[in-house]
Design a protein around this ligand. Structure first.
Ligand SMILES: [Mg+2]
Length: 280
């Protein structure tokens, strides 16, 4: 008897789900010409879609305009939002799910698929002077284990605890980036790591990269201890030195805009997702 009741409930749930899915499909149709005309005349707003993913407000943006966390993330990735210090507190759950739930990996995969397609289409001179610049943190290595313990970017950055974590040398490879790295080596393009990590972290960074299966890079360029300039200034300066030394930067990949802007950027740049922090 109990089983029969359970079955009835399940059937009702499936029916409800399929009927709401049908209504959903109906509502995602584009507005009719008449609706657009009505909207222009101020009669009614055209219905474009009924989907309102209320996944939480988004801190300062949210308070100003009711923008949810996915819109906050898009503004971050598109470089419309800059100089932010922490992930909005209300978005910790959203960012955590994004990072751990598969979405982050899918987004990264699309970026790397494009990068590989681009690299495979290059007409290479094959003279050993063609290089590809890789950022390290959140590009080649993931510090997600650290950020998962620190509110997914909602806590203010703590250099002491983060540097202690870096010195463990336990950061994980980002598999998508590693796929690109290995592909480039097979094509004869030499990887160059260019990182905001400092020179005194060289040894542990090399250990960490090797532990995670990175081999065959041409250079590892780290920031001098006590460097006072901006990330853009440091990284573009190092790229300039590479170019002046006769290297051709065919590609450049990073998770921050400061990795990929500032001449010479490289012939093509690729931006990996990172909703955890901002480096200007
Ligand atoms: Mg980075």
């Amino acid at each position: 008897m109990a089983t029969a009741k359970l079955l009835v409930v399940l059937v009702a749930l499936v029916a409800a789900a399929s009927s709401s899915f049908g209504a959903w499909e109906l509502n995602i149709r584009m507005p009719t010409a008449r609706a657009v005309e009505d909207a222009a005349a101020g009669v009614a707003a055209p219905l474009i879609h009924a989907l309102r993913p209320l996944v939480g407000s988004a801190g300062d943006l949210g308070r100003r305009g009711g923008v949810p966390c996915d819109s906050w993330r898009l503004a971050v990735e598109a470089y419309n939002k800059r100089d932010w210090k922490t992930v909005p507190a209300d978005c910790e759950g959203y960012v955590g799910h994004y990072m751990l739930g598969g979405h982050y990996r899918r987004d990264s995969r699309v970026v790397v698929d494009e990068a590989i397609a681009y690299a495979e289409g290059l007409k290479l001179a094959g003279n050993g002077r063609e290089v590809w610049v890789f950022d390290i943190d959140e590009t080649s290595l993931s510090n997600l284990p650290y950020y998962a313990k620190h509110g997914f970017g909602t806590e203010p950055f703590n250099a002491t605890s983060f540097n202690a974590y870096v010195l463990e040398g336990s950061a994980l490879a980002l598999p998508e980036t590693q796929r690109l790295f290995d592909k480039l080596i097979s094509l004869g393009i030499k990887p160059v790591f260019l990182t905001g990590r400092t020179e005194n972290q060289r040894a542990i960074t090399v250990v960490n990269l090797r532990r995670q299966g990175y081999y065959g890079w041409m250079k590892l360029l780290l920031k001098p201890v006590g460097f006072k300039g901006t990330a853009i200034g440091f990284k573009s300066g190092e790229r300039r030195k590479l170019q002046d030394a006769g290297y051709v930067i065919v590609g450049n990949i990073g998770d921050q805009w400061s990795d990929i802007i500032g001449a010479p950027e490289g012939a093509r740049t690729f931006k990996l997702p990172d909703p955890l922090y901002y480096v200007g």
